[in-house]
Design a protein around this ligand. Structure first.
Ligand SMILES: [Zn+2]
Length: 187
């Protein structure tokens, strides 16, 4: 009997996307005179709140300006709206590529820009740039997690594929350090 009832109740994934659709109206995009589009909160958003399901338009093997990295060699096209999200070294939102959700990193005021930390998803960016976000401790050179030291990266939310690539890099560095020390001792 209870099995029959379960068959007709919405799945978790379905209820999640319905909830997210309601929250999508919390986002407004703004086209600047220079042609760059940015995203803003059209109403207050609470820390940790799910703003949207991260759209999956298509899977790509190379990064473009519309993609977000989701694995060592996997990038997804996230559609026009979220691709307009600018980077900040003090981000207001995050893209969680494991749960495929866009969530608020902190309380966001109405009218505040929605920004995310690009190296939280990108290992080696196709288009590096010089950041002018104005945040305390702005990292300036934004080229992907690959170019940032581990202690710097650990201040931020990082997706699982980035954490795995950081671990692999650090293990390799330790190995070459040990080899170098071995050579020194061998002299
Ligand atoms: Zn910055």
């Amino acid at each position: 009997m209870s099995q029959d009832t379960n068959k007709y109740s919405p799945s978790f994934a379905f209820s999640l996307s319905m909830k997210a659709l309601l929250h999508t109206s919390a986002v407004a995009s703004f086209l600047a005179i220079d042609g760059n589009r940015s995203l803003f909160a059209s109403r207050p958003i609470k820390a940790g709140q799910v703003i949207d399901v991260l759209p999956l338009v298509s899977v790509q093997d190379k990064p473009t300006r519309f993609t977000v990295q989701t694995g060592a060699e996997q990038h997804i096209d996230i559609g026009e709206m979220w691709a307009c999200g600018n980077h900040s070294c003090s981000p207001s939102i995050l893209f969680d590529t494991t749960r495929m959700l866009v969530t608020a990193t902190r309380d966001i005021k109405e009218g505040e820009e929605l920004t995310f930390f690009y190296p939280s998803t990108e290992w080696d960016m196709a288009e590096p740039f010089l950041c002018h976000c104005g945040a305390d401790g702005c990292l300036q050179h934004i080229s992907g997690a690959r170019y940032l030291q581990t202690p710097v990266l650990m201040r931020y939310f990082l997706n699982e594929h980035i954490l795995a690539m950081v671990s692999a890099r650090d293990a390799q560095d330790m190995e070459s350090l040990a080899m170098h020390e071995g050579e020194e001792l061998g002299r």
